[in-house]
Design a protein around this ligand. Structure first.
Ligand SMILES: C[C@@]1(CC(=O)O)C2=NC(=C\c3[nH]c(c(CCC(=O)O)c3CC(=O)O)Cc3[nH]c(c(CC(=O)O)c3CCC(=O)O)/C=C3\N/C(=C\2)[C@@H](CCC(=O)O)[C@]3(C)CC(=O)O)/[C@H]1CCC(=O)O
Ligand SMILES: NC(=O)c1ccc[n+]([C@@H]2O[C@H](COP(=O)([O-])OP(=O)(O)OC[C@H]3O[C@@H](n4cnc5c(N)ncnc54)[C@H](O)[C@@H]3O)[C@@H](O)[C@H]2O)c1
Length: 206
């Protein structure tokens, strides 16, 4: 759940795995640099579009200095270890794609529904299982969650402003979360949705 907007991130390596990690970083709004002798055609497209900076060469000691987050994604374990060593000494966030336990974080399988972000990690035990669970949860958590969350965010702002007592606020938030609003959104029952929300907001003042 890192906020990566405008953070400088480095990906070492330019193969298939690096491509997937770069895609996530770009989606999160990071400023991405890539160092790798070779890159995939998709990464080359991103370079051509000016979405990232690319240096066509091998990793050199010290390249990681100054970055917020680094991903060691080469197919050579000794190079990945060198990157980890540079980062660990400087408390830089470092992920290694070939040896889960060398770095200081794992990349989870994720998907988004508006403000809702669901991340699944097996801590390196089985990436394939993380992927499978993501696919199962994607079916369970449909697009209605995006609308539900933006409604809840709006109501939360209103309640934080209008209800000074934290105990009553908590009661309202709990009743809103329990009110089956999601089902009403899913069925497009706008009128009943408004009524149900009004009930939740007023029941707290009893
Ligand atoms: C979740 C996801 C996120 C992402 O990368 O975006 C991710 N791997 C994904 C897919 C995937 N990766 C692999 C397969 C083939 C099947 C299999 O091996 O299971 C598949 C499935 C596929 O591609 O179908 C192979 C693999 N992965 C790692 C190794 C090295 C090793 O274990 O030693 C090897 C063996 C390489 C080899 O065989 O040599 C290591 C890592 N992979 C992680 C994340 C981290 C742990 C996450 C966790 O455990 O929760 C960790 C530790 C490091 C890291 O990368 O952060 C993404 C799913 C995206 C999605 O679809 O949602
Ligand atoms: N974490 C994961 O999800 C996952 C999934 C599959 C595989 N893997 C592991 O990831 C590794 C990379 O997989 P891939 O399919 O991307 O490999 P790949 O062969 O497609 O890419 C390797 C990249 O590393 C670059 N490289 C080589 N030497 C370098 C150096 N000195 N400095 C910088 N870059 C250098 C190459 O130019 C190439 O772009 C594999 O060894 C595999 O063990 C991880």
């Amino acid at each position: 759940m890192l906020k990566l907007e405008s953070r400088r991130c480095l990906v070492v390596g330019g193969g298939k795995v690096a491509e997937r990690k770069i895609a996530s970083l770009l989606e999160a709004g990071a400023m991405v640099d890539v160092i790798s002798p070779l890159i995939t055609s998709t990464i080359q497209n991103w370079v051509d579009q000016g979405l990232l900076r690319y240096q066509s060469r091998g990793y050199q000691e010290g390249d990681a200095v100054g970055y917020f987050l680094v991903i060691a994604a080469t197919d050579l374990s000794d190079i990945n270890e060198k990157v980890v060593c540079d980062c660990s000494q400087r408390n830089i966030l470092i992920n290694t794609v070939d040896n889960p336990h060398l770095g200081n974080f794992y990349v989870p399988a994720t998907f988004r529904r508006g403000d809702l972000l669901i991340a699944i990690s097996t801590g390196g035990a089985s990436p394939a299982v993380a992927k499978r669970i993501r696919q199962d949860l994607e079916v369970q958590f449909g697009e209605e969650y995006g609308k539900f969350l933006s409604l809840m965010a709006q109501l939360r702002e209103q309640v934080l402003k209008e209800v000074p007592c934290p105990v009553r606020r908590k009661a309202i938030f709990d009743s809103l979360a329990d009110a089956n609003l999601l089902e009403l959104i899913k069925c497009g029952e706008e009128k009943r949705l408004k009524e149900r929300i009004a009930q939740c907001l007023s029941s707290s003042s009893d």
